[in-house]
Ligand binder design. Structure first.
Ligand code: SF4
Length: 366
């Protein structure tokens, strides 16, 4: 059995560690490239969203490398994600790949469901081993995200642009190689120290921009032209609440105990939207409302044809909370130049707004 799971951000790092420790043959997907996207676009129904197309492209590339057991994270929510595993399974079989598709409904099956799938993939390994390996992988996720949060701050104020990104890449490599908790701890401490020591502009008062929107395009840099790095180059500090480590912590452990990190966000969105509309649309609105006094602006990432985010996009300009929002529609037609031009214009606008003072009544939805 050779297992493959599509990319979403840096998830391949803890997955690689998990399957290595469980002696399971795991095929790391090649990094997302134009080829991945082209393959996904070529074989997908036209109107589907970019998460479907890119993950299908990943599956084709993994299958080309010999993977025969494909795992698609998904959930039975209000959006189309619940149908993706079935549809992709059919497309891949029609293309002649001899594969088994497993749908992993993390949000429904919670920790126990996930553990059962891991147990099955790991040839019935003992529960003790599975729990210990999972705990180690969760630590990897936590460390990656802790370092990334600092990278988001440093990018905005570093003197030599690109330094934080270079350190982050090295940190990811080191986390990937770390084989035990002690080494992992040393890696985390070492890279946090390196980031703290990066030469920074002492006078910088960076703009703060929140990134919100659909889960996949927020977390997968290839799908959004690495918008966070581009904002960093423009001297903007990026904040986002969606991180893989947070998501797994809540989805797997805390939600089943009745603790829902999204309650606050949903309450904030209530005056404008009364219920879940699938995907992350409700949260996108809530984040705008909740953080309107903390951020200078918000970049809202929405896959083309994603109904939940289309609804959110239309509600955003109507909220009383007055903060500029730039919605970027992510699909295979978007170009880097187009995204950069809009980002530059947005950042200019935010600078102008800040200069004009916080009392400005400028109300903008771009
Ligand atoms: S939330 Fe939107 S982009 Fe994500 S899977 Fe659902 S429809 Fe597609």
């Amino acid at each position: 059995m050779r297992i493959g799971i599509p990319h979403i951000g840096n998830l391949y790092i803890p997955l690689r560690a998990m399957f290595k420790k469980l002696d399971v043959d795991y095929v790391t997907p090649p990094p997302n490239t134009r080829r991945t996207l082209s393959l996904g676009v070529k074989y997908s129904p036209e109107g589907l969203c970019i998460p479907f197309k890119l993950t299908l492209g990943n599956f084709i590339e993994i299958a080309e490398l010999g993977a025969d057991t494909l795992v698609m994270p998904g959930s039975y929510g209000t959006c189309r994600l619940g149908y993706y595993a079935k549809t992709q399974d059919k497309i891949l079989k029609d293309l002649g790949y001899n594969i088994e598709m497993i749908q992993m409904g993390v949000s429904e099956q919670k920790l126990l469901g996930l553990m059962k799938i891991i147990k099955r993939l790991a040839n019935n390994a003992s529960w003790r081993k599975i729990i210990s390996v999972y705990t180690f992988c969760q630590k990897k996720m936590n460390d990656m995200d802790r370092i990334e949060r600092l990278v988001q701050k440093v990018r905005a104020v570093e003197i030599e642009k690109g330094t934080a990104n270079r350190i982050f890449k090295e940190a990811l490599d080191a986390i990937d190689k770390a084989d035990d908790s002690r080494t992992l701890k040393e890696v985390q401490t070492g890279y946090i120290e390196r980031l703290n020591n990066v030469e920074k502009d002492p006078d910088a008062r960076p703009l703060v921009v929140g990134i919100t929107g659909e889960f996949y395009v927020v977390l997968e840099p290839f799908s959004n032209y690495d918008i966070e790095s581009e904002l960093g180059k423009l001297g903007v500090e990026v904040r986002r609440t969606t991180f893989l480590s947070e998501w797994t912590k809540f989805s797997l452990f805390l939600n089943p105990l009745g603790i829902n990190e999204k309650d606050r966000i949903h309450r904030a969105a209530l005056p404008y939207l009364k219920r879940d509309i699938g995907g992350d649309g409700w949260e996108s609105i809530g984040e705008k409302v909740l953080h309107s006094n903390e951020y200078d602006g918000i970049v809202h990432l929405a896959p083309f044809t994603c109904m939940p985010e289309i609804i959110a996009q239309n509600i955003m300009p109507t909220t009383r909370e007055n903060i500029p929002v730039l919605t970027i529609i992510c699909d295979e037609q978007m170009t880097k130049t187009g995204v950069l031009t809009r980002l530059e214009a947005f950042v200019d606008l935010l600078k102008h707004k800040r200069r004009a003072g916080n009392g400005s009544r400028l109300k903008i939805a771009v």
